[in-house]
Design a protein around this ligand. Structure first.
Ligand code: PMP
Ligand code: GLN
Length: 387
């Protein structure tokens, strides 16, 4: 294994899902729903496969999906993208983010991002030979919901002469923070002042609760021309295995993504893209219903965890709730989460592994609530019995 990848072992999501299977635990670790996406989407894909849409689509993706994605951005956020040159389809958001970093970061360039962070970011920055400059998101008081936020001075201090890119994930995994327009304006101002490229991971864009609205960074003044926005079908339509994502941005930045991506995966699936195009256009009501139902399940799991003795920090979006294990008498989340499938029959993710430079997540454990009520209740029963 090359030296730059040696610090990266098995992903925490794979490890915890394996432990869950071994111990027959309720898996609230890896974030995937246990109900399917819209019927029309599943049928649409099956029909295309039966109808023989089974050969390579064009490298940048099916024109139908690129057009549907561009139209969706225009309707939802007022952002205009040319489907031919400014929208590009990838194998999940993961490949889009990887291609953006590999196509735009020179060895030694610095990337500013927030910690805790989704685990693929650190690995692809390392692959590109880039240098991470993480800025911590810290929870407010638990009594006020414990929303995670950054300190603008710390963000400012992280930017230096070698900074090339800022990577922003909102709604944020694992904290559930939805960045406000004011927070995004701080980021945008720094991008404009320092000539930075922004990559925005918006895979949870539709999953926001309590009236918190997702604001794409590209909608802020001067940002469309320097932002690559990434989203995907997995969380939008509860089909995480479909691994189909899209990158949207100004043509020169999208070309950088394309140049790398054509040699990583060449192209993505074809039949699914046609079905996804229909769903992106037609299934708005399904997306809203999914959001509402997730907000209820967030509350169900949060109440159960609180009753079991956890400290609970209230997420505004995503699939995840962060908990504090100190009220239960534990301090080390990694030890706690590794033992939990065996001791309680529940799997979760220790937040500390998603921190890069600080130990501030030591006592934090992430639980996924994108599960059926009976599954959440079984997990709550088991945790209440165990602690
Ligand atoms: N970004 C974040 C923040 C995620 O949580 C995930 C996991 N769904 C991804 C990217 C990867 O998305 P995809 O499955 O579309 O590659
Ligand atoms: N995005 C999901 C999570 O954060 C799953 C990621 C994965 O399995 N790589 O749990």
């Amino acid at each position: 294994l090359v030296a730059r990848m040696r610090p990266f072992g098995e992903t925490i999501f794979a490890e915890m899902s394996r432990l869950a299977v071994e111990h027959d635990a309720v898996n609230l670790g890896q974030g995937f729903p246990d109900t399917d996406g819209p019927r029309s989407l599943l049928d649409g894909a099956a029909r295309r496969i039966r109808d023989g849409v089974n050969q390579y689509p064009p490298g940048p993706g099916r024109p139908e999906l690129r057009a549907a994605v561009a139209e969706d951005r225009r309707l939802r956020y007022g952002l205009e993208y040319d489907p031919g040159s400014e929208v590009y389809i990838t194998v999940g958001a993961t490949a889009g983010i990887a291609s953006a970093v590999l196509g735009l970061i020179e060895p030694g360039d610095e990337v500013v991002l927030f910690e805790p962070m989704y685990d693929s970011y650190a690995a692809v920055i390392a692959l590109a030979g880039g240098v991470r400059r993480p800025v911590p998101l810290r929870p407010g008081p638990e009594a006020d919901g414990g929303r995670f936020a950054f300190d603008p001075d710390e963000l400012r201090a992280a930017i230096g002469p070698r900074t090339r890119m800022i990577l922003v994930n909102s709604p944020h995994n694992p904290t559930g923070t939805v960045f406000t327009a004011a927070e995004l304006e701080v980021i945008a101002g720094l991008c404009r002042d320092h000539g930075l490229i922004a990559v925005t991971d918006e895979v949870y864009e539709h999953l926001t609760f309590d009236g918190a609205a997702h604001v794409p960074l590209a909608t802020l003044p001067g940002m469309r021309e320097r932002t690559l926005a990434v989203s995907s079908v997995g969380k939008t339509f509860s089909v995480t295995a479909w691994k189909t994502g899209w990158v949207m941005g100004p043509a020169p930045l999208v070309r950088a993504v394309q140049t790398v991506n054509q040699f990583l995966t060449f192209t993505a699936n074809g039949a699914l893209q046609l079905a996804i195009a229909d769903a992106v256009r037609d299934e708005h009501a399904w997306i809203s219903a999914q959001r509402d139902s997730l907000a209820v399940r967030r509350d169900r799991l949060s109440q159960g965890l609180r009753a079991a003795g956890f400290g609970v920090l209230r997420p505004q979006g995503t699939y995840f709730v962060m908990t504090d294990i100190r009220p239960l008498g534990f301090t080390d989340g990694i030890e706690f989460a590794r033992a939990l499938p065996r001791t309680a029959g529940v799997a979760a993710v220790p937040a500390q592994v998603l921190y890069d430079t600080t130990a501030e997540g030591r006592h934090l454990v992430r639980f996924a609530f994108c599960k059926r009520d009976d599954v959440l209740d079984r997990a709550i029963d088991r945790l209440t019995t165990a602690f």
